[in-house]
Design a protein around this ligand. Structure first.
Ligand SMILES: [Fe+2]
Ligand SMILES: [Fe+2]
Length: 354
């Protein structure tokens, strides 16, 4: 079976046994041999209870993603893990998550999440996984991994009596004691230097944990220096940002940058516009799906099959307990669209009880 047929039949096969991770296919130019795929797993939030006990449901989400990723045929070229392996950044949580992820048959590139970071400022994560920002090239695409969950050093270094107190503040939603995420000056400088070496025609894929756009500050669906990152990426023709953290399907287009969020293996957050007190900042393009019922363990968790044409990314979302979705880059309109639900008349009314 060639890759094109795999993608077509893969959609049907996955509807039967949805795989809670993401597969990314990148293709550009005329030659089929330049195409490749990678998988995307994110936000497992492995939570330590006591001794060797961990929250079972979050374990199971990640175990399922790893097992089903290993069944992919043809093999993806690699896997990206989108951040938040741990819930409170404890070494036992990171170790336990990495032990499950060690079952993957493919190389994994890791992104730092705030739940991995704020207890010890990423020391243990880096000890296990290496640097938290880096770049690599793969078959003509330039990949950039950023640590987008840093914040003002005053907040990080001066307010808390312990790392765990700091972690617990950053882990909350709608928290007046929180602080906005950012990439920060040092990393932006590195990014500018890295991009200076890249041809403007080269497709760029940026993997971040937070959205690299401003969606809803109260939940840190937000990156404070997003506009400065956009400026650095502006000279490039084809730029895609894939992010975790929001635990839900989102997509957007800002200038030359296409944005796609990936789902969590742990649980779904509500959409900002379903929150009674919140002004909605959900990207205008994004169609919310009919979800989520918190009493279905796997509702609105899942994986993505991402197919990139000519350096563009299409994302196919597979949900074990809900309807699959496809958000593809529309060349004519110049932005991602939902293939089935974009038209207002075709949408499923969102669930109203929480
Ligand atoms: Fe998360
Ligand atoms: Fe997060």
């Amino acid at each position: 079976m060639n890759r094109r047929n795999f993608l077509k039949t893969g959609l049907g096969a996955a509807a039967v046994g949805a795989l809670p991770m993401s597969l990314v296919e990148i293709a550009w130019g005329a030659k089929d041999e330049e195409r490749f795929t990678f998988a995307y797993i994110s936000d497992s939030h492995i939570t330590h209870v006591r001794g060797n006990e961990f929250v079972r449901n979050w374990d199971r989400g990640l175990i399922r993603a790893v097992a089903e990723c290993n069944l992919l045929d043809p093999r993806p070229d690699f896997v990206v893990y989108g951040g938040d392996i741990a819930q409170l950044g404890k070494p036992e949580e990171i170790d336990h998550g990495l032990e499950i992820l060690s079952g993957l048959r493919d190389k994994v590139y890791y992104v730092m999440g705030e739940h991995d970071y704020y207890v010890d400022l990423g020391d243990y994560w880096r000890k296990r996984l290496g640097p938290d920002w880096y770049a690599f090239d793969h078959k003509g695409v330039h990949f950039i991994v950023l640590n987008s969950i840093l914040t003002y050093s005053e907040w990080t270094h001066k307010k808390w009596e312990s790392g765990m107190a700091r972690m617990k503040e950053m882990a909350r939603l709608d928290n007046p004691n929180g602080s906005p995420f950012m990439v920060g000056e040092e990393q932006r400088k590195w990014l500018a230097q890295d991009l200076a070496k890249v041809d403007r025609d080269t497709p760029i894929v940026v993997c971040s944990h937070s959205p690299l756009q401003k969606i809803y500050k109260g939940w840190n669906f937000w990156t404070e220096d997003a506009e400065e990152i956009h400026k650095l990426l502006a000279p490039f023709k084809k730029v895609t940002v894939i992010y975790g953290h929001v635990h839900q399907i989102q997509y957007n287009q800002i200038g030359n940058i296409s944005f796609y969020a990936v789902m969590a293996t742990a649980w779904p957050w509500p959409y900002p516009n379903t929150y009674a007190l919140a002004e909605s900042h959900l990207p205008k393009l994004t169609v919310p799906m009919n979800r989520a019922d918190p009493f279905f363990e796997r509702d609105a968790t899942g994986w993505q099959l991402i197919d990139v044409h000519s350096g563009r990314v299409d994302t196919h979302y597979f949900l074990p307990d809900n309807t699959n979705r496809s958000v593809v880059f529309d060349e004519k309109r110049g932005h991602p669209v939902d293939t089935r639900y974009q038209a207002v008349a075709a949408r499923i009314p969102p669930q109203q009880h929480y």
